[in-house]
Design a protein around this ligand. Structure first.
Ligand code: GLU
Length: 196
């Protein structure tokens, strides 16, 4: 088990996500990461180890942004290290994704995507999913929501995911099947997390 915390709204996302990830520490994890979006683009921060270490790493960086996705990882595919930590990004760098669970047919999808020219950095099943979403989005010319929906129809396994897109700072896409994910609705703000 591991955890997801995402926020979009009118507050700074970073402190809310870090607080949420700390509250999810009881679930166990080996690494942590966060993606934040602001006018400068999407920043990805990842560390092996605990959330406090991630916090220390980010303390000297720009952590502004009204939207972000955070993750604590319990490695199932690939060693617990920085490269395999989430969020994972698409080949074009426009999508960032966090995932809890296992994509059972990731190997077949990875082979098909590799033949289409996709290059993978990590050993995770998760990175395959964000590349699949990218492939569908770009080649079927659909919006992110639709690309995620189509991609998940091709996936076998259990997942909770949140995906965000560079340049879109008021929306992320969340989905789940067999892994927990709850939605918190505030006033013009939304939270998504693995536990209430
Ligand atoms: N299967 C994914 C990985 O190994 C997600 C693991 C998790 O649920 O944290 O990165």
């Amino acid at each position: 088990m591991c955890g997801i915390v995402a926020y979009v709204g009118c507050q700074d996302a970073y402190p809310l996500i870090i607080k949420g990830l700390k509250r999810l520490e009881y679930r166990g994890y080996d690494s942590a990461g966060i993606a934040l979006s602001n006018s400068q683009g999407v920043s990805i921060f990842k560390t092996q180890g605990n959330v406090s270490k991630l916090q220390e790493y980010i303390s000297t960086k720009d952590s502004s942004g009204l939207i972000g996705i955070g993750h604590t990882r319990w490695a199932t595919h690939g060693a617990p290290n920085k490269v395999n930590a989430h969020p994972h990004i698409s080949g074009d760098g426009k999508l960032a994704l966090v995932h809890n669970g296992i994509i059972e047919n990731y190997d077949a999808i990875k082979k098909a995507l590799t033949q289409k020219g996709h290059v993978f950095e990590s050993n995770t099943d998760t990175e395959v999913l964000v590349h699949l979403i990218e492939e569908i989005k770009n080649h079927e010319s659909v919006c992110l929501f639709e690309a995620v929906r189509i991609a998940l129809n091709e996936v076998v396994g259990a997942y909770a995911i949140v995906v965000m897109e560079k340049g879109v700072d008021n929306e992320f896409i969340a989905a789940r099947k067999g892994s927990p994910l709850v939605i918190g609705v505030g006033r013009e703000e939304y939270y998504v997390a693995s536990d209430a």
